[in-house]
Design a protein around this ligand. Structure first.
Ligand SMILES: Nc1ncnc2c1ncn2[C@@H]1O[C@H](COP(=O)(O)OP(=O)(O)OP(=O)(O)O)[C@@H](O)[C@H]1O
Length: 864
C-alpha cells in the first residue's frame, strides 16, 4: 500500500486510543467512547466532506485524561513519547515530541444503544510527530510534521537506497525472506494468507516492517517500538525479531501438536482480524480472552449435540474469534453459544414407570378426581408398555382451584421427571413461544427453550398453564406457534427463532390446563385430549381440607395439631358461609387466615412463657403480670364463635328463599369458567306500550331467549290464564316489561337461561310465587320444547352449594346426571323436563297451568 500523492494536512485532530497501535499500512477498528474522541468523530468525521477531513492522527495507548486517574500504563513508564501527550493535555504545556500515525477513517459505524458509541475503521497512512498542540477541547488539535516522507515510499527510490545502503539492504532482504517463510508455513487457501503473500510481492520493502508487525503476534509495546522507529534501518531491526519469533513459535506449535487438517487454518484465521484486538498467529496462552474461547470451544466439542447444531456452533465460534470485543455482536454470540452448550441435547432422566406406585402417589396427593386419575394412569400404563408413545397431549379443563396444576406436578413426580410450568395467560406474542430472531436487539429464546435450559433435561413434564387465555396481537398468534410444539409429528424438530437450529421436543411430556374450552383455539383443541375436572361437592371439599389443605397450611405456618384444631363442622361452615367456589383455593386461603390468627396467639404465649420455661400452668400466669395476654389453651379449637371472630361476618349467608318472596323472580343456573353459579332473573311490569327492556349486560343469544320466552307466554296466555295488569288476555297489552339479571356488571350470554325467563315471567303474569327452593336451566324453543345445555355437573353442584332443593333440567341431559356425585344426587330433587309445561309444573307449588284448578303431582309430564 502506498500513500504516494497524499500529503497529510499540517493540522491534525488527534484521536487518543488505548485499544492498540495503528501502524502505517494496517487497518484497525477502534471503538470511540470517550468524550473527546466522540467530539472528534462528530465534528470532523461526520460533518466533514473533503478527503482531508477524514485524515486524523492516532496517538496510541493514551487514555482520556478526563477519565484517567490510574497510574500511567507500563508503556508510559517505559518512557514512550506518547506519554508526553498525556502530560501536555493535563498541564497545557507542550514540550515533548510525540509520534503517532496519520490514518484515513474509512468507515464510521455508530449506535445509540445501550449508550452512544462509534466504531472507526482506520487505515494507517504514515508517521507524524506532534510539533505543537493547538487545542485541547473539544478534541485535541495539533500541528504535525510528516515523518514518513513520500519519496521514501517510491519503489524505485527504495531500490536505489537499498543498493546504496548495504546494511539496510541486507536487513530488508532478511526480513523479506523471513516473511516469505512465514507465509509458506500457513495455509494458502485462507484468503488473508494469500493476500499477505501478494502484498509481499507487490509492496515496497520499506513498508514491510509496519505491515507485518501489525499482522503477527506482537504486544502493543512491541508495536509501539516499531512505530517509534523513525529510521528505516531501526524499524527493520525492531520488527525482524518479532517475525522470527513468530516463525519459531509456529514451528514449535506444529511439532507439539498432532497434525490436524484444520490446525493451520485455525491458527491463521486469527491473523485476519484487522481490529484493535490484534489477534495473533500464536493461539497459545497469554491472550486475554484466549481462555474464554478455549473453554467455550471445549464445551462445544464436549456437548453431544446433533451435527447440524454443532456446525452452527463451530461457525459462530469462528465468527467470534475474529470479532472485536467492542462489537455488540460479540456478547450476543457469547450468549448464544452459552445457551447452545447449556441446552440438554442428550441429557434426560430415566422414567420411573410403576403403575402401582403411581396410583398410590396420585391418591396420596389428591382426593377425589377419580376420572382424571384413571385417565392419567391409563396414559402412564401405555407409556410403560410402549416407551416411544407419541401424544396425546392431555388438557385438564375445569374451574380454578380444582387442582389441575397440582395434578400436573404429581404426574411429574410419579414419573420421576423434572417439572416446569409455563404460564400462557395473556401471552399474545408468538416470539414468547418461539423466541426472537437474533438480529433483534434484546432477542432471547422462547419459553420452551428457556424451560429446557432451566430444567436441564430433554424429557421434563411441561405444564402449559391457561392455554385458553392465549391472546393474539400484531406480533402474531402464539397459538399457531404452539401448534408445532404440541404436534407429535412435528415437534421432534422444533425450531426456536433465537436458536435457529432444530431441537427435539418429542421426549417432553406436555400437559395443558384451561378454565374453559370455548376460548381454546380450535386447531390447538384438535391436538389435545380434554379431561374435564369439575368442581367439588361440599363433602369432597371437607375431605380435601382435612387430608391436604389443613395439614399443608399448618406446616406452612409452623403450627401442629397441638396448636390448632379445625373440626369438620367448622370446615363445613367455612365452605358454606365464607366461600362460594367450585375449587378449593379460597377455602385454602381461609384456612390460612385461621392459622395466622392462631400463630399470633401461639407466638404471644411463647414469648411470655419463655423466661420461666413453663407453658400453661397457673404459676406462670401469675408471674406474667396484668398487661400480658393470657396464654392460649392448647390446642386452640376453632369453633363457630372463633370462626366469626377471625374471619368476620359470613359473606354468603343470604338464603335463596329470601330473594324469592315476590312474583316475578326465578332462580337460574349458569356455567362460567369459574364453575357453576346460581343466577337470579327478576321481572317487573308497568303501564306502557308493550315494550321489553332487558338489563344486566346480556349477550345477543340471551336477549333472543327473552323474546322467545315472551312470545311463548303470549301464545299460551289463554291456556295458563295469564293476564295483563288490568286483567286483559294479552299480558303485554298496555304493559311494559323489564327483565333484569342481577350482578349487572357481569356479562352474561347463552341460551340456557330460557326456562328461567319463562318461569320468571309466568310468575309475574300469574302473580304466583316460584318455589323458593328450586333452580333451573335449559334452552327453549318457540314451540315450548326444552333443549339440552352444557355444564350440568357444575350447575347442579352450584345449586347444591346454594342450598337449593330441587333442580329442573332438560330431559336430554339425563345422561349427565351420572357424573353427579351420589351424595349430592340423593340430597337433591332432580326433575327433568322435556317441555315448558313440565318446567312450570315443577317450578310452582302445586303445579302451574290448568293444574291451578285441579292440583296434580308437579312431576307428571304434560300430554302436549
Ligand atoms: N383434589 C385435591 N386434593 C388435594 N388438594 C387439592 C385438590 N384439588 C385442589 N387442591 C389444592 O388446591 C390448590 C389449588 O390447586 P391448583 O393450583 O392446582 O388449581 P388449578 O386448578 O390449577 O387452578 P387454576 O385454573 O387457577 O390454575 C392447590 O394447593 C392444590 O393442592
Amino acid at each position: 500500500m502506498s500513500n504516494n500523492g497524499i500529503q497529510i494536512p499540517r493540522r491534525l485532530p488527534l484521536l487518543l486510543t488505548h485499544e492498540g497501535v495503528l501502524l502505517p499500512g494496517s487497518t484497525v477498528r477502534i471503538s470511540v467512547n470517550t468524550p473527546r474522541n466522540m467530539q472528534l468523530v462528530k465534528s470532523r468525521l461526520l460533518k466533514g466532506t473533503s478527503l482531508k477531513s477524514t485524515i486524523i492522527g492516532v496517538i496510541p495507548n493514551t487514555r482520556d485524561p478526563d477519565h484517567d486517574t490510574d497510574d500511567l500504563s507500563p508503556l508510559h513508564r517505559y518512557g514512550h513519547p506518547a506519554s508526553g501527550v498525556l502530560l501536555v493535555l493535563s498541564t497545557c504545556l507542550f514540550t515533548v515530541l510525540s509520534i503517532g500515525t496519520a490514518g484515513l477513517a474509512v468507515q464510521v459505524v455508530g449506535s445509540n444503544w445501550p449508550k452512544p458509541h462509534y466504531t472507526l475503521l482506520i487505515t494507517g497512512l504514515c508517521r507524524f510527530r506532534v510539533t505543537a498542540l493547538l487545542n485541547e477541547r473539544p478534541f485535541p488539535l495539533a500541528e504535525v510534521e510528516q515523518l514518513d516522507k513520500l519519496e521514501q515510499f517510491s519503489p524505485s527510490i527504495s531500490l536505489e537506497e537499498t543498493e546504496r545502503d548495504g546494511e539496510l539492504g541486507a536487513l530488508s532482504q532478511a526480513f523479506y525472506t523471513a516473511a516469505l517463510q512465514l507465509v509458506d508455513m500457513l495455509d494458502m487457501s485462507v484468503p488473508v494468507v494469500a493476500k499477505l503473500k501478494r502484498l509481499l510481492d507487490s509492496l515496497p520493502r520499506e513498508t514491510l516492517p509496519d505491515v507485518v508487525a501489525s499482522m503477527i503476534r506482537s504486544s502493543n509495546k512491541e508495536k509501539l517500538q516499531v512505530l517509534d522507529a523513525v529510521g528505516l534501518e531501526e524499524r527493520f531491526r525492531r520488527a525482524l525479531p518479532l517475525l522470527t519469533r513468530q516463525i519459531e513459535g509456529l514451528k514449535l506449535l506444529q511439532k507439539s501438536r498432532k497434525p490436524r487438517p484444520d490446525d493451520e487454518r485455525r491458527v491463521t484465521e486469527r491473523t485476519r482480524a484487522p481490529s484493535g484486538r490484534q489477534f495473533s498467529l500464536d493461539d497459545e496462552a497469554g491472550e486475554e480472552d484466549g481462555n474464554d474461547f478455549q473453554v467455550l470451544e471445549r464445551k462445544v466439542h464436549g456437548v453431544n449435540m446433533p451435527e447440524a447444531s454443532l456446525k452452527v456452533c463451530l461457525k459462530e465460534l469462528k465468527r467470534l474469534k475474529k470479532m472485536p470485543q467492542s462489537m455488540p455482536d460479540y456478547s450476543l454470540t457469547i450468549n448464544y453459544l452459552d445457551l447452545m452448550v447449556e441446552l440438554p441435547w442428550d441429557r434426560n432422566t430415566k422414567d420411573r414407570l410403576d403403575i402401582g406406585a403411581a396410583r398410590v402417589l396420585l391418591d396420596n396427593d389428591h382426593y377425589a378426581m377419580d376420572k382424571l386419575k384413571r385417565r392419567v394412569l391409563e396414559y402412564l400404563a401405555v407409556r410403560q408398555l410402549k416407551n416411544t408413545l407419541k401424544g396425546p397431549i392431555l388438557c385438564f379443563v375445569g374451574p380454578p382451584g380444582v387442582g389441575k396444576t397440582s395434578v400436573g406436578r404429581s404426574i411429574a413426580r410419579t414419573l420421576g421427571r423434572e417439572f416446569h410450568r409455563i404460564s400462557l395467560g395473556g401471552v399474545c406474542d408468538q416470539s414468547d413461544i418461539r423466541g426472537h430472531r437474533r438480529t433483534y436487539v434484546g432477542s432471547m429464546p422462547g419459553r420452551i427453550i428457556n424451560g429446557l435450559k432451566t430444567v436441564g433435561v430433554n424429557n421434563p413434564v411441561f405444564l402449559l398453564d391457561e392455554v385458553d387465555k392465549l391472546g393474539k396481537s400484531l406480533q402474531g398468534d402464539p397459538a399457531a406457534a404452539l401448534l408445532e410444539v404440541l404436534d407429535p409429528e412435528q415437534n421432534h424438530s422444533f425450531t426456536d427463532h433465537y436458536l435457529n437450529v432444530a431441537f427435539d421436543l418429542s421426549q417432553v411430556l406436555f400437559i395443558a390446563t384451561a378454565n374453559s374450552m370455548a376460548t381454546i383455539p380450535p386447531a390447538l383443541l384438535d391436538r389435545m385430549e380434554l379431561l374435564h375436572v369439575s368442581g367439588y361437592t361440599q363433602e369432597e371439599k371437607v375431605e380435601i381440607a382435612k387430608r391436604h389443605l389443613i395439614p399443608n397450611q399448618l406446616e406452612q405456618h409452623g403450627l401442629t395439631s397441638e396448636h390448632i384444631q379445625i373440626p369438620e363442622d367448622t370446615t363445613l361452615d367455612v365452605i358454606r358461609s365464607y366461600t362460594r367456589e367450585a375449587g378449593v383455593r379460597s377455602l385454602e386461603r381461609k384456612i390460612g387466615a385461621l392459622c395466622r390468627a392462631v400463630a399470633v396467639k401461639v407466638a404471644e404465649g411463647q414469648k411470655v412463657t419463655e423466661p420461666k420455661h413453663e407453658s400453661l400452668d397457673g404459676s406462670a400466669q401469675e408471674a406474667r403480670g396484668q398487661n400480658t395476654a393470657a396464654p392460649p389453651e392448647r390446642p386452640i379449637v376453632i369453633d363457630h364463635v372463633a370462626l366469626k371472630d377471625i374471619l368476620g361476618a359470613p359473606p354468603f349467608e343470604m338464603e335463596v328463599s329470601e330473594r324469592l318472596t315476590l312474583p316475578g323472580v326465578a332462580l337460574g343456573l349458569a356455567w362460567t369458567p369459574m364453575g357453576g353459579e346460581i343466577m337470579y332473573v327478576e321481572a317487573s311490569r308497568m303501564e306502557g306500550e308493550g315494550q321489553l327492556t332487558l338489563t344486566g349486560q346480556l349477550g345477543d343469544v340471551m336477549k333472543e331467549s327473552a323474546h322467545l320466552a315472551i312470545s311463548w307466554l303470549r301464545a299460551n296466555a289463554k291456556n295458563y290464564q295469564l293476564t295483563n295488569m288490568v286483567g286483559g288476555p294479552d299480558p303485554l297489552d298496555g304493559t311494559d316489561i323489564h327483565l333484569h339479571f342481577p350482578a349487572g356488571a357481569v356479562t352474561k350470554d347463552g341460551p340456557s337461561a330460557g326456562v328461567t325467563i319463562v318461569t320468571c315471567l309466568a310468575s309475574l303474569f300469574s302473580g304466583r310465587l316460584v318455589r323458593s327452593d328450586v333452580a333451573m336451566t335449559g334452552e327453549i324453543t318457540l314451540r315450548g320444547l326444552v333443549l339440552p345445555v352444557g355444564g350440568i355437573k357444575d350447575k347442579v353442584l352450584a345449586a347444591h352449594r346454594a342450598g337449593v332443593k330441587r333442580v329442573i333440567l332438560p330431559r336430554r341431559n339425563e345422561k349427565d346426571l351420572e357424573d353427579i356425585p351420589a351424595n349430592v344426587r340423593s340430597q337433591l330433587d332432580l326433575v327433568t323436563a322435556g317441555n315448558l309445561e313440565e318446567v312450570l309444573n315443577a317450578a310452582f307449588d302445586g303445579g302451574f297451568a290448568r293444574a291451578a284448578k285441579a292440583p296434580e303431582n308437579p312431576r307428571v309430564t304434560s300430554k302436549l
